[in-house]
Design a protein. Sequence first.
Length: 251
Amino acid sequence: MDEAVFKALADANRRTLLDALFAKDGQSLGELCEHIQMTRFGVMKHLQVLEEAGLVVTQKVGREKRHYLNAVPIQMVYDRWVNKYMQPWANALTRLKSIIEEPHMTNKHILQIFIQTTPQQLWQALTESDFTERYYFGSRVQSDWQQGSPYHYPNPAGGHFVEGIILEVDPPRRLVMSFRPVWQYTANEEAPTSQVTWEIEPAGTACKLTLIHDGIDLTHPLTQDILTGWARITSGLKTLLETGKPLTLDL
């Protein structure tokens, strides 16, 4: 994956497209064509390279295809190279780090990652506390995973990280839940509610996991932490399922 990511980032036009999606996520092909002086076909070819590297994911909205910046491969490159070889890679990847840590200009956030596992094992890792404890900041998820039931991600230090309601459950394919980040709130404060969808699709001997976070409040001070957290959670989930060991980061 690293080779494909670095190849995709090596072209100035492709970096311009990522800049455009960083400034305004969820753009159509026509909107992205306005950022580069080349034919529509040329822009499509560059977007294809970015998709193959996992840096861009797409979603059909009506008759249009919308393009979203995917932070997971960037996060993985950062974890693999910057943490291990702080210099000289740190200078080269500083801008990539900022892409991860700054909120995107949209109310929808999409992450996509390929994991060498089965749909059943991936579903198990998403819904069983023995797994979530090893990639979700030490939290042992609590729920009976029935439609309409509550769920909680407890904070090992006390309270909860996140809570909400199970809106849709279709194992091992799709899980939809409301999302309330409550780790900085008191009992008398109202945390904003949004929606998170997990989609699992077989992809040969692997699975494609797509996370869609709808209705994010861009003005909320927790937004940056939420988006960075999703990149770390999905990277940790991939590492755990493929190696059997938790992802270790020097933070």
